[in-house]
Design a protein around this ligand. Structure first.
Ligand code: DOR
Ligand code: ZN
Length: 349
C-alpha cells in the first residue's frame, strides 16, 4: 500500500554543523540566510589569513554577531584552523573561551585556503593529545593530497592511510569526518566507535558527478570533495536517513563570487545556505524518509557536540518555488545552487 506523502512537516530548528561564511561584506550578505534557518552553525576557519588562534576567533565571532539582522537568535560556534605549529596551550585557551567548539584539520593543499594546513599530522600529536584529554572535537577534511592519487579516490585513501592510524593513536579523540562523499566513508563511520561521526551535505545527497560533467562542465556544481558516482550518493542517502546518530547536517555551503566560479580555474564550493533545510527535505523525501529528517538536521549534531537541541520549531511545506538567478555577495554576485530552477519544499517563517 502506498503511503500518503506529507505536505507539511514541523521539526526542531536545525543547526548547520559545517558552514563557510567568509568575512567583510561577503559575510554580511550570506549570514542572514543561515540565521533565518538555523539556531547555530559551526563556522569554518579557512579565511585568508586563517583563524589560527582564540583571539582571532573572538574577533571573527564579533564580526559575525555584528552582521546578524536585528532580533535574530543565532549562535556562531567558532573553530580554529589547525597548523603544524598550533601550540598545545592554545587548546586550553580555546576551551576556556566558551565560544570555540572544535578544531579543523585541513591537509595542506586539499581545498580552498588550505595552504597553511597540516603537512604532517605527527607534528600535531601533542596538540591532538590535549584535544583528546579535554574532549574538543577534531573536524577533518578527509582527502589525501598527493598529486598521483586520483581525485575520485582521495577520500578512500584518506581513510586507509591517515584516518585509521589517527584513530588508532587517539581512540578517544572526538572526530567529525566532514562532508563525506563515498560509500566507503559512510561504512567506515558506521563501523567506528562512538567518538567518530560525520556530516553530509545536501548537494552530495542530491547530485552525482553526472550533474557536474554531462552535457557541459558545470562550474557551480564543482566542490571538494568532488561529487561522486550514483552508487555513492545512494549510500550517503541511506546513511543520512538510517536513524544512526553518527550522521548529521553540515551544508558546507561555500560562497564564491560568480567570476571566481565561472573561470578557467574555478573555485570549489556550492552556495546552499539560502535553502539548506529545504534541499535536505527534498533528499529525505526522495528516500521516503522525511520522518528521519529532524534527527539528522536537529538532534544528532547537538548530541555529538554535547549540546542541547534548539528549543523552537520550524515548519516546512511541500511547495514549489523558483530560486533567484543570483544573490548579492558584497559588491559581487553569487550563483546559488538551482539558480533559476525550482525547489519543492519551502520554509515557512
Ligand atoms: O567545496 C568546498 N569549498 N570544499 C571545501 O572543502 C572548502 C570550501 C570553501 O571554502 O570554498
Ligand atoms: Zn567546508
Amino acid at each position: 500500500m502506498s503511503q500518503q506523502k506529507p505536505s507539511i512537516i514541523h521539526i526542531i530548528r536545525p543547526d548547520d554543523w559545517h558552514l563557510h561564511i567568509r568575512a567583510g561584506e561577503g559575510l554580511k550578505s550570506v549570514i542572514p540566510h543561515t540565521a533565518r534557518q538555523c539556531g547555530r552553525a559551526i563556522i569554518m576557519p579557512n579565511l585568508t589569513p586563517p583563524v589560527i588562534n582564540t583571539e582571532q576567533a573572538g574577533i571573527y565571532r564579533q564580526s559575525i554577531l555584528a552582521a546578524l539582522p536585528e532580533n535574530t537568535h543565532f549562535t556562531p560556534l567558532m573553530t580554529l584552523y589547525l597548523t603544524n605549529d598550533t601550540p598545545v596551550e592554545e587548546i586550553q585557551k580555546a576551551l576556556d573561551c566558551g565560544f570555540i567548539a572544535a578544531v579543523k584539520l585541513y591537509p595542506a593543499g586539499a581545498t580552498t585556503n588550505s595552504d597553511a594546513g597540516v603537512t604532517d599530522i605527527k607534528k600535531c600529536y601533542p596538540t591532538l593529545e590535549k584535544m583528546q584529554e579535554l574532549g574538543l572535537p577534531l573536524l577533518v577534511h578527509g582527502e589525501v593530497t598527493a598529486a598521483e592519487i586520483d581525485i575520485f579516490d582521495r577520500e578512500k585513501r584518506f581513510i586507509d592511510d591517515k584516518l585509521i592510524p589517527l584513530i588508532s593513536d587517539f581512540p578517544e579523540l572526538k572526530i567529525v569526518f566532514e562532508h563525506i562523499t563515498t560509500a566507503d566513508a559512510a561504512d567506515f563511520v558506521t563501523q567506528s566507535s562512538a567518538y567518530i561521526a560525520a556530516t553530509i551535505t545536501a548537494h552530495h545527497l542530491l547530485m552525482n558527478r553526472n550533474d557536474m560533467l554531462v552535457g557541459g562542465i558545470k562550474p557551480h556544481h564543482y566542490c571538494l570533495p568532488v561529487l561522486k558516482r550514483e552508487t555513492h550518493r545512494q549510500a550517503l542517502l541511506k546513511a543520512a536517513a538510517s536513524g544512526n546518530n553518527k550522521f548529521f547536517m553540515g551544508t558546507d555551503s561555500a560562497p564564491h563570487s560568480r567570476q571566481n566560479k565561472e573561470t578557467a580555474c574555478g573555485c570549489a564550493g556550492m552556495f546552499t545556505a539560502f535553502a539548506a533545510i529545504e534541499l535536505y527535505a527534498e533528499a529525505f523525501d526522495e528516500a521516503s524518509s522525511l520522518d528521519k529528517l529532524e534527527q539528522f538536521s536537529s538532534l544528532n549534531g547537538p548530541l555529538f557536540y554535547g549540546l542541547e537541541a534548539n528549543n523552537d520549531m520550524i515548519t516546512l511545506q511541500r511547495e514549489k518555488w523558483t530560486v533567484p538567478d543570483s544573490y548579492p555577495f558584497g559588491d559581487d554576485q553569487l550563483i546559488p545552487l538551482r539558480a533559476g530552477q525550482s525547489i519543492h519544499w519551502k520554509l515557512k517563517s
